[in-house]
Ligand binder design. Structure first.
Ligand code: B12
Length: 462
């Protein structure tokens, strides 16, 4: 927020032109009191910092506006209807924390896009809170509670330390360039996963009180081929019906604005969009000047084992590291895995958590960049001489991209490289993938040691 205001001021706007129009997006998870305190602390922080740095005249500049979304991460594939309860608890935290706007997730969002039924329940969760409970009628209902005030103050103090650290490093843009926030998130995700895998943190239906019978829930199925064909057709129609000369001129305008700091790039992009240039064309017009951001890919190491080892279940890890050693003795080197991401799937948290966990369990881990094609992944796998490619797929490209990868490995003469997969893959797609040659599949909620154990067992058998 501070960085945006600074940018705007540098371009000649005043704090009061910008600050009242900013809106912040918060995810709201299951830690109920903490989430309420988080929104309360955010308001205090914003008002304090904007006043200190920019001294606005309009009091609205000090008001923090928030959109909140109940956590998608806390949703589970296992015992799926539990997610209705999770979303309700999270929505209550958002409302009690004073959110201005709220998105409630549907209970099936851990495995697919929501159905009409699940969307209706998600919407009704909000309506019930709004119309039946009286909860939204009170502003800051937790104000004055000793526990809540203390928690809020503690959060303000802890958050201030991080904000000061960011400021000292030269601001958020600099920190993003250095990969600092990304690495912190990845470290925290690996610790959280270890906490869940080891049972320290309870997730009902996943690591405790697991269902004893098979649970079947209808999930939305989307035909990728049909979506691709219809998108291509719509693009062709747009391209045929638009004024090609106007599009060309508008895209040149975007490139010119990207080159010249005194020009307004957003305005040029709006002209291009109105001329019906596509998003790809608009970004290409900028890429020719800016290049493409490639995130630094570092695997956080040590934190998975460190967290797991305080759970009293260290033996789980030893069982896996013993197998890894057995593999090393047999093959002269440790099992090597390429964790790969393909297609337009930008979700990398699962890939990072798996990479950290597998590395801590003794694997040699190569982590591939985002947005690779199957051919690029196959080439990388061969060049790095890996034993296994682990595809992490969250954006529903698995039925298309994984069989293509297996074909590409064959074309490279590397059919001995084992392919495993994990991520948001509905159970009903498993058979199709096994038939295509995938050795193992690990869905949401899979404990990392179990993934590693099954992988090394498979490699030992192969
Ligand atoms: C966090 C998240 C995001 C973050 C991603 C941040 C990041 N850096 O990864 C943000 C907000 C950016 C995001 C964006 C989007 N998201 Co999203 N996202 C999620 C969410 C809520 C959680 C994913 C996650 O991190 N889980 C935690 C990790 C640790 O779990 P995991 O990935 O499942 O991995 C575990 C296992 O699956 C397994 N595993 C995974 N990979 C591998 C690999 C190997 C080798 C092995 C052994 C095991 C393994 O082990 C892990 C540990 O148990 C999911 C819903 C969900 N609950 O899964 C939606 C979800 C994946 N997102 C979805 C969508 C639609 C999007 C957007 C298109 C939304 C939009 N319209 O803009 C964009 C797409 C961005 C892009 N370019 O891809 C959909 C995908 C729908 C589908 N598959 O049909 C989901 C399922 C939500 C939904 N139902 O709508 N998202």
């Amino acid at each position: 927020g501070l960085e945006y205001i600074r940018c705007a001021i540098n371009r000649g706007l005043s704090v009061d032109d910008v600050a009242p129009r900013l809106s912040f997006f918060f995810a709201i998870g299951m830690n109920f009191y903490m989430e309420i305190a988080k929104l309360r602390a955010a308001r205090t922080l914003w008002a304090t910092l904007v006043k200190k740095h920019f001294n606005p005249k309009n009091p609205k500049s000090l008001l923090l506006r928030t959109h909140t979304q109940t956590s998608g991460w806390s949703l589970t594939e296992q015992d799926m209807y539990n997610n209705v309860v999770r979303t309700t608890v999270e929505a209550m935290a958002a409302v009690m924390g004073g959110a201005q706007s709220l998105h409630t997730n549907s209970f099936d969002e851990a495995v697919a896009l929501p159905t009409e039924f699940s969307s209706r329940i998600a919407r009704n969760t909000q309506l019930i809170l709004q119309e039946e409970t009286g909860i939204p009628a009170v502003v800051d209902p937790w104000g004055g509670s000793h526990m809540m005030e203390q928690l809020t103050d503690d959060l303000v103090a802890e958050a201030m330390k991080i904000i000061d650290e960011v400021e000292e490093k030269g601001g958020m843009v600099r920190c993003i360039e250095e990969g600092m926030p990304k690495l912190r998130i990845e470290e925290s995700a690996a610790r959280r996963q270890a906490s869940i895998d080891s049972g320290k943190e309870v997730i009902v239906g996943v690591n405790k009180y697991k269902p004893t019978s098979e649970q079947k829930t209808d999930v939305l199925k989307i035909d990728n081929k049909q979506v691709l064909a219809s998108q291509k057709e719509r693009l062709a129609q747009i391209k045929a019906s638009r004024d090609a000369a106007a599009v060309k001129a508008a895209l040149e305008g975007v490139t010119a604005a990207a080159k010249d700091d005194s020009k307004n790039l957003l305005a040029a992009a709006i002209v291009a969009a109105k001329a019906r240039a596509t998003l790809g064309e608009i970004t290409d017009a900028m890429e020719s000047v800016f290049g493409r951001h490639v995130a630094t890919n570092r695997v956080v190491q040590g934190v998975y084992n460190e967290t797991y080892n305080t759970s009293g279940r260290e033996d789980d890890l030893k069982a896996v590291t013993d197998l890894v050693q057995q593999f090393e003795q047999k093959n002269g080197r440790r099992p090597r895995i390429l964790v790969a991401k393909m297609g337009q799937d930008g979700h990398d948290r699962g890939a990072k958590v798996i990479s950290t966990g597998f590395a801590d369990l003794g694997f040699d881990v190569d982590i591939g960049p985002l947005f690779r094609t199957p051919a690029e992944v196959a080439k990388h796998a061969v060049e790095s001489d890996v034993h296994v490619v682990g595809v992490s797929s969250q954006a529903a490209g698995h039925r298309t991209l994984i069989p293509q990868l297996i074909q590409q490995l064959k074309a490279e003469g590397a059919e001995n490289i084992v392919v495993i997969a994990g991520g948001v893959i509905p159970q009903e797609d498993y058979d199709e993938l096994y038939k295509a040659g995938v050795a193992l599949i690990f869905g949401p909620g899979s404990p990392v040691p179990m993934c590693a154990r099954k992988t090394v067992e498979h490699l030992l058998r192969a």
